[in-house]
Design a protein around this ligand. Structure first.
Ligand SMILES: Nc1ncnc2c1ncn2[C@@H]1O[C@H](COP(=O)(O)OP(=O)(O)OP(=O)(O)O)[C@@H](O)[C@H]1O
Ligand SMILES: [Mg+2]
Length: 357
């Protein structure tokens, strides 16, 4: 056995599924992480969260199911229910592959903090900020980072004073403008409003997902997305991807249907000085929101060269075609390498924290 060091494998719980509108996206992410973890260093433990928020350790046969409903149907027979308080006996580390509400908004992070299980991504507050488009804009603005002009409409005021809400929007925005739920992802509930007659429906669509909606000026420019990976405490831009949606905007289908949308890493039409500006601004946004471990920060470059941050996310899709793995590939990293680096970086971050992250 000379020269052979036997290393204890880290049991990595890959948490997937969940309670949000993005549970199917999460299944794709989790499956891809499961497939790509280096088995010599990590023991992947797939942990499925069902639509009640209960956790189940599932066999690999269930990981490869097409939908979360297919998995849910087979849980009782083929999976093992694990109570929250027992999760720490099953895993040493949590790779959060959940997206959206309860998944990257601070909820699961708070649970993992209580259980003393280290995890990928940001802590409770930064995750909540990454999800709340209204609050993040306030903080980014205060840090001198350009964001779209916006106003918030609560469900309560819309139900009680719809006329006043319509007037307030008309006074602030010319057509087109954008409506979206304050806290959602994957473009769910987003509308580009090009006709005043469509406003009511657009607000209803956004308010179906949250108790407030955001109305934003429409940005006519080129969209970009950047993965930031924290290395030894320093946030580094993994890559910049330029996005050309097929739809009028970057819709759910554009995001997840293979071959729908054209993406260029590195950017093809964004000028070099704007790319440098993007790299600076996304790191500033990462720091302003207190993100840790990694994040995905999206924005627009306008025709006058201005760079705006529109959507800082404290987590990222992890499917094979995601920005995370595409930008890693462009940087010369195999999926197993980047996944390993993310885990090791997160473990180091959790080792040095004082109280919750
Ligand atoms: N102010 C805007 N001007 C123009 N287009 C916009 C604006 N806001 C959003 N969009 C379009 O709508 C899409 C979804 O909006 P946004 O990025 O806010 O949502 P999200 O649901 O958080 O997405 P993700 O899953 O990428 O986190 C964007 O990718 C963009 O194409
Ligand atoms: Mg988002």
């Amino acid at each position: 056995m000379k020269g052979f060091i036997l290393m204890e494998r880290i049991r990595v719980g890959i948490i997937l599924g969940g309670l949000s509108s993005e549970k199917e996206v999460s299944l794709n992410s989790g499956r891809n992480v499961f497939d790509n973890l280096d088995r010599e260093r990590y023991e992947p433990v797939p942990v499925f969260m069902n639509s009640d928020g209960a956790l189940w350790i599932i066999p690999w046969q269930l990981v490869s199911q097409n939908t979360t409903a297919d998995i849910a149907d087979r849980l009782e027979r083929e999976a093992g229910r694990v109570a929250y308080e027992d999760l720490g006996r099953e895993i040493d580390f949590a790779f959060i592959a959940l997206h959206g509400k309860y998944g990257d908004d601070g909820c699961i992070q708070g649970l993992l903090e209580m259980l003393r299980i280290p995890y990928t991504g940001s802590g409770v507050l930064a995750s909540a900020l990454g999800m709340d488009k209204f609050m993040q804009q306030k903080l980014l603005e205060a840090s001198g980072i350009a964001v779209p002009r916006s106003l918030v409409v609560t469900e309560c005021e819309w139900r009680q004073h719809p006329g006043a809400v319509r007037d307030r929007i008309a006074a602030r925005f010319s057509l087109p403008f954008v409506t979206k739920p304050t806290r959602e992802g994957s473009s769910v509930g987003v509308t580009i409003v090009g006709d005043p007659a469509l406003l009511d429906d657009a607000l209803e669509k956004a308010l179906a997902w949250d108790t407030s909606a955001l109305v934003e000026e429409y940005l006519d420019g080129t969209e970009f997305s950047c993965i930031i990976l924290e290395r030894h405490g320093v946030p580094e831009v993994l890559g910049v991807t330029e996005i050309h949606p097929q739809d009028i905007f970057y819709t759910y289908d554009d995001k997840y249907m293979p071959g729908r949308c054209r993406k260029f890493t590195p950017p093809r039409t964004i000028p070099g000085d704007a790319v440098e500006e993007i790299r600076r601004e996304v790191v500033r946004a990462y720091r302003a929101l207190g993100f840790r471990s990694y994040g995905r920060i999206d924005g627009f470059v306008l025709s006058d060269g201005r760079v705006l941050v529109t959507d800082p996310n404290s987590s990222s899709g992890m499917a094979p075609s995601s920005f995370f793995f595409e930008q890693a590939a462009e940087a010369g990293m195999l999926p197993s390498m980047i996944a390993g680096e993310l885990i090791e970086g997160a473990i180091a971050i959790h080792k040095s924290k004082k109280g919750p992250l």
